[in-house]
Design a protein around this ligand. Structure first.
Ligand SMILES: [Zn+2]
Length: 353
């Protein structure tokens, strides 16, 4: 039997399964329930937010054999074949590899013939910002005079690269980057359904480091649990390349106490591990945030050892100091994807003097 990845297995199959996208769901429900099916859509938003899943859901909504519906049955031939990406009238085009006009034209020209089974033939063009100018011109002509019973669904992470003339002819469906809470709730449900043991702190880490992408969070779960069905802080840390909380707390303590000798010794130990320096700076950011919460008497469920250091730092560090360090780290981590070893040392030493 073919192995199905967790990301595919848990791909949203209904509009209501899309998390954190209420506005898009609302406007699509209005369109579908009115039965006035517009021929062109552009779905855009960050990676891993469900763009391709949404395109397939729209395809099912208009083609479900029961009726045009916001709640496709997932049991009829059309729904099942679309879910498996094996429906001959639902054509997915990778805009990144088929950029030339001839390639796009060859595929889309089939629209002049009646579809085999579906009510609507759909062309889903993924990564459409990669198309050439002549392909865009051809697409524009197609959208100006669309064939009857044909839907064009464009998908992109970079809507600013799509000509305005094309965007203006499409229903605009913007998917939001998911917040940590949404991702955590969703992966928690998946883990329960899959009978995978987990702890709360690990889920926090996976949600934070997925950077708003549900797919990335699910892929992390899949990698961690490839050998045994358990997610704990040890295997999560190893997979994400992050340090134990205690190491981070000791770095912050050295920074606050201006103990440069100790700080350098800690930095040396970290750099020997070969971890991603940006990830460690983000961990420091998260820990500073937690210290601020401790200051407001919001106490996390930590081990006694961590609890003592958190309590100590929350007493000796002022709110201004914590916020100041936090903001500096945001500026650094937003602007730089890669932080080399010497910059990493400089940043931390600078914080302590
Ligand atoms: Zn159906």
């Amino acid at each position: 039997m073919t192995y199905i990845t967790l990301a595919n297995k848990w791909r949203p199959k209904k509009l209501n399964n899309l998390i954190g996208q209420d506005q898009v769901i609302f406007s699509l429900k209005n369109i579908i329930e009115s039965k006035k099916i517009h021929p062109a859509y552009i779905i855009h938003g960050p990676q891993g937010t469900g763009k391709t899943s949404l395109a397939r859901i729209i395809t099912k909504c208009v083609n479900c054999e029961k009726k045009i519906t916001i709640d496709p049955c997932d049991n009829c031939f059309c729904c099942i074949s679309i879910n498996k990406n094996k429906n001959i009238d639902s054509i997915e085009i990778d805009g990144a590899s088929k950029t030339k006009i001839e390639e796009i034209k060859n595929i889309i020209e089939i629209a002049q013939y009646k579809s085999s089974n579906n009510r609507y033939r759909t062309f889903i063009i993924d990564e459409c910002h990669m198309l050439s100018q002549s392909s865009f011109n051809y697409l524009l002509k197609t959208l100006e005079e669309p064939y009857i019973n044909t839907l064009y669904i464009l998908i992109t992470t970079q809507i600013e690269k799509i000509p305005k003339t094309i965007v203006s002819r499409c229903i605009n469906l913007q998917l939001n980057k998911l917040n940590k809470k949404n991702i955590k709730t969703h992966i928690e449900n998946i883990l329960k359904e899959e009978n995978i043991f987990f702890d709360n702190i690990s889920l926090d880490y996976i949600s934070i480091f997925s950077n708003g992408s549900l797919r990335s969070a699910i892929n992390t779960i899949e990698k961690i649990t490839s050998k045994e069905k358990i997610i704990n802080t040890k295997n999560t840390r190893l997979m994400l390349g992050i340090l134990p909380d205690l190491s981070i707390l000791f770095i912050i303590k050295s920074i606050h106490e201006k103990d440069i000798k100790n700080l350098i010794s800690n930095i040396k130990k970290i750099t020997e591990l070969g971890l991603n320096n940006k990830t460690i700076l983000i961990q420091i950011q998260i820990t500073l945030y937690k210290i601020l919460l401790y200051k407001s008497n919001i106490i996390y469920d930590e081990s006694l050892c961590k609890y003592k250091i958190f309590m100590y730092l929350s007493k000796v560090m002022t709110k201004e100091k914590i916020t100041n360090l936090y903001n500096k780290l945001i500026d650094i981590t937003i602007d730089n994807n890669v932080i080399n070893e010497i910059d990493f040392e400089m940043i931390l030493i600078n914080f302590s003097i």
